[in-house]
Design a protein around this ligand. Structure first.
Ligand SMILES: Cc1cc2nc3c(=O)[nH]c(=O)nc-3n(C[C@H](O)[C@H](O)[C@H](O)COP(=O)(O)OP(=O)(O)OC[C@H]3O[C@@H](n4cnc5c(N)ncnc54)[C@H](O)[C@@H]3O)c2cc1C
Length: 386
């Protein structure tokens, strides 16, 4: 399919990805009268939320997770369930009359060779010309599975957390969950509640754990208040709060972290919100163990030298942003594959190219994506074609 040679001002804006980040930008642009098309590789909006595990609820409040131009209804409660997030995203696209084209995967973004704007290469041989492009492909779609020695010849069952839906298949089984971010912590608790025979949690770096609310005050509100303060101020205060409000589980294998909460958050490790992990560890229902070092036939070798033989290993080891194929040629990614800018700024030498959803802010990603959407919308609406 040939690229559209229309003059720049007639060209649409393409948003890649119909998750919350992409839908929010499209809604703002539409309200500003900018012709915008959202390209989505799956068959519906909110694809990543359709795949998440069943018990998932937002750990950010409903009020602070709504996207521009449509609040989540009160009936969703304060901590919105996964299925309601999907419902909200469906309604959001309809409410704003968004032009979402599903089943189209953008494979490469390049500068238009013959004039202003951008050229997208997409499945089905499509070549799509646009005045600006917003990359909102998310960073939770390509699982990161560490290349542990012996992994390929491991005889047991090993899956990434992205393949976990609920505890049903693991009832009566001995399960090792690897990684203690929010996902690993929540899956471990889900397994306990779902009747797994034994649940161990392999921990490489002890996480900061915070209560979702303290006396009705959400952790997210604290995060918003402190996010511009220096770490040297926040870290000691957070340590005191942690000592007062959380049990010391060092004897159960979950000591308090040595590095400050905010220092770690700035390195990308946001705190784990407690949805039952502390209680499960205190009762011995989740057993913290050392990190995974390697695999040996049907055994898992831990960094303290011990060997365990679980029935199933669930790797809650995160995701990679996987932007290299899409924009890797443009010099807009840093050494870790992250966009060099986000929000309303375009990378140097790539005017009209925007990214949203590739940071992991302590104040909540949905909230930050809503802020980015307004800024990106304003910037694009004011800009001539690049
Ligand atoms: C388990 C979990 C819980 C979370 N809980 C919270 C929370 O409580 N509060 C909060 O604020 N944040 C939370 N987040 C973080 C964040 O808000 C979500 O991940 C959110 O879905 C990110 O939105 P997004 O639009 O950037 O990406 P996604 O929701 O991943 O959407 C990206 C879309 O792009 C599509 N796509 C990808 N590549 C292409 C391509 N090449 N061409 C076309 N389409 C493509 C995908 O199919 C997908 O539909 C959570 C994340 C996870 C993983």
């Amino acid at each position: 399919m040939a690229a559209d040679p229309s003059p720049a001002h007639d060209l649409p804006v393409y948003v890649i990805g119909a998750g919350p980040g992409g839908l929010a930008v499209a809604a703002v642009l539409r309200r500003r009268g900018v012709r915008t098309v959202v390209l989505e590789k799956s068959d519906a909006v909110g694809a990543s939320w359709r795949r998440h595990y069943a018990r998932l609820r937002l750990h950010t409040t409903r009020r602070r997770s709504s996207l521009p131009g449509l609040r989540m209804p009160r009936s969703f409660g304060r901590w919105v369930a996964r299925a309601d997030v999907v419902r909200y995203l469906e309604k959001y696209a309809l409410h704003h009359g968004l032009d979402v084209v599903t089943g189209v995967e953008v494979t490469r973004v390049e500068r238009a060779p013959d004039g202003p704007g951008w050229l997208l290469h997409a499945t089905g041989g499509r070549r799509l010309r646009c005045r600006a492009v917003v990359v909102a492909t998310g960073f939770n779609h390509t699982p990161r599975l560490p290349d542990w020695p012996g992994r390929a010849s491991y005889g047991g069952e090993l899956l990434h957390a992205s393949g976990y839906r609920d505890a049903g298949p693991y009832a009566g089984k001995d399960v090792l969950v690897v990684g203690v971010g929010n996902t690993g912590a929540e899956i471990a608790v889900d397994l306990v509640e779902g009747g797994a025979a034994r649940v161990r949690l392999a921990i490489r770096t002890v996480p900061h754990i915070v209560r979702r609310t303290t006396a009705g005050w959400p952790a997210q509100s604290t995060a918003i208040l402190i996010r511009r303060l220096p770490a040297w101020l926040v870290d000691p205060a957070a340590a005191v709060l942690c000592r007062i409000s959380l049990p010391n589980l060092a004897a159960q294998g979950l000591p308090r972290p040595r590095t400050g909460l905010y220092t770690r958050a700035r390195q990308g490790a946001i705190p784990v919100q407690d949805v039952g992990l502390l209680d499960a560890v205190r009762k011995g229902l989740v057993e913290p163990v050392a990190a995974v070092e390697s695999f040996e036939h049907d055994k898992v070798v831990l960094t303290d030298g011990s060997r365990v033989s679980p029935d199933v290993v669930i790797a809650a080891t995160g995701y990679v942003r996987a932007l290299e194929g899409l924009v890797g040629d443009l010099g807009v990614l840093d050494a870790r594959g992250r966009p060099v800018v986000h929000g309303a700024r375009s990378p140097k030498g790539a005017p009209g190219l925007y990214f949203t959803g590739f940071t992991n802010p302590i104040s909540g990603m949905l909230r930050e994506m809503a802020i980015d959407a307004r800024r990106i919308g304003r910037r694009i609406a004011k800009s001539p074609a690049a």
